[in-house]
Design a protein around this ligand. Structure first.
Ligand SMILES: COC(=O)C(/C=C/C1=C(C)CCCC1(C)C)=C/O[C@H]1C=C(C)C(=O)O1
Ligand SMILES: O=C(O)CCC(=O)C(=O)O
Ligand SMILES: [Fe+2]
Length: 372
């Protein structure tokens, strides 16, 4: 079952932020202005910010891949072990990491970025041929808006379901730029392989059988969301993307080259910026993995902030189990006798997907659905 809610909800007029920026560069309509308590803390340009020294862990994927192909090499085995320990810490303490040497052709990263940017730069009338209907998550527009008085994000989104094929709404796949669909197909194929590899290493880091997630997930669901954040004259008043955790098992995020720093994650009650590393991909643990690991690996709240002069692009892939799969904490990660009781109930992943996409982004609130 694909989560495509059809309801007569009233969401009011949503200004397109790129058009606003073009026509009234200093105007911030009231619907974008956040209440005092919800306004972002922005990274300073001076190197005096207390969060400057804290950074999301970096995993060198080639150290994990190499050891797999070379079982007799002790250096490779040592490096594999060290990298798995780093991966464990990243998933347990951060819920986020960046991967370098991930094996995806850099030209493919450049191509997807190019078609995404070319799409967002099209005239509004062209982009509006692929509208995101109120209450749905595919197409061009703003997702997760469910009422007329909800604050809006300073962001334009373009989202498409990719796998399995039945979740595709082909009417929303754009004809311009001409190479959009072909590029998205190639990119998604490579990102899918990366997700499968990462899940293998995550299984190893948990002391589980390597292919446990692959076997459990069935034909995994994969969707892509391109987020474009134009510059904003008052980045202190607006939010690029509201705080949320992802509903997926894993999320792969590509930050556009030359984009401003914008992604922030909530670590120990402080918003920490994720510094873009050229050619690296940002990975985060989604709600589904938090449930499966009984909270050992956490989906971490994150958000995007805007910049006064620079725009920003992110290309985000959500990877999740097939909708008919039943999800719950894995028995190996629950121990009722030794202070590790089961923290989440069992549920159908399709129901969680529907719940996720029919609620506004609100920190980790969506996961209350699964809590015991
Ligand atoms: C921030 O999240 C999303 O935009 C999002 C949406 C994903 C989807 C589409 C764009 C197309 C149809 C499928 C799907 C719902 C996956 C997040 O998706 C997360 C939430 C759940 C649950 C999930 O599986 O991925
Ligand atoms: O643009 C970003 O860096 C954040 C995107 C994100 O969190 C999302 O699309 O779910
Ligand atoms: Fe996210």
């Amino acid at each position: 079952m694909a989560p495509v809610p059809i309801s007569p909800i009233k969401i009011g007029h949503i200004d397109d932020v790129q058009e606003l920026r073009k026509t009234k560069p200093t105007t911030i309509p009231e619907r974008f202005v956040r209440d005092q308590t919800e306004r972002p803390t922005l990274a300073t340009t001076l190197s005096s910010s207390p969060t400057d020294d804290i950074h999301v862990p970096i995993i060198n994927l080639s150290k994990l891949m190499k050891a797999n192909n070379n079982n007799n090499n002790t250096t490779a085995a040592d490096e594999f072990h060290t990298e798995i320990v780093k991966l464990t810490t990243a998933c347990q303490e951060w819920g986020f990491f960046q991967v370098v040497n991930h094996g995806i052709d850099l030209s493919l990263l450049e191509s997807i970025e190019m078609v995404a940017k070319d799409f967002f730069m099209l005239p509004l009338e062209e982009k509006q041929k692929y509208p995101m209907a109120p209450g749905t998550v595919q197409g061009y527009g703003q997702a997760f808006v469910f009422s007329e008085n909800q604050k809006l994000d300073w962001c334009n989104m373009f989202a498409l379901g990719v796998e399995p094929h039945y979740i595709r709404n082909l009417k929303l796949w754009p004809s311009k730029p001409a190479d959009f669909s072909e590029t998205l197909e190639s990119y998604s194929r490579e990102v899918r392989k990366l997700c499968q590899n990462l899940l293998r290493y995550i299984a190893v880091s948990l002391g589980l059988k390597e292919d446990v997630f692959e076997e459990m997930f069935g034909m995994a669901v994969q969707a892509v969301r391109m987020n474009y954040y134009p510059p904003c004259s008052r980045p202190d008043l607006v939010m690029g993307l509201s705080p949320h955790s992802d509903g997926s098992a894993l999320t792969i995020l590509q930050q556009g080259k030359g984009s401003s720093v914008g992604l922030q994650i909530l670590k120990d009650n402080t918003w920490v910026p994720v510094q873009p590393i050229p050619n690296a991909l940002v990975i985060n643990i989604g709600d589904t993995m938090e449930v499966l690991t009984n909270g050992k690996y956490k989906s971490v709240e994150h958000r995007a902030v805007t910049h006064k002069e620079k725009d920003r692009l992110s290309i985000v892939t959500f990877y999740a189990p097939s909708y008919e799969i039943e999800i719950g904490p894995m028995t190996e990660l629950v121990d009722d006798e030794n202070n590790n009781p089961c923290k989440y109930r069992r549920y159908n992943h399709g129901e969680y997907s529907e719940h996720y996409v029919t609620n506004k982004l609100q920190g980790k609130k969506t996961l209350d659905f699964a809590k015991i």
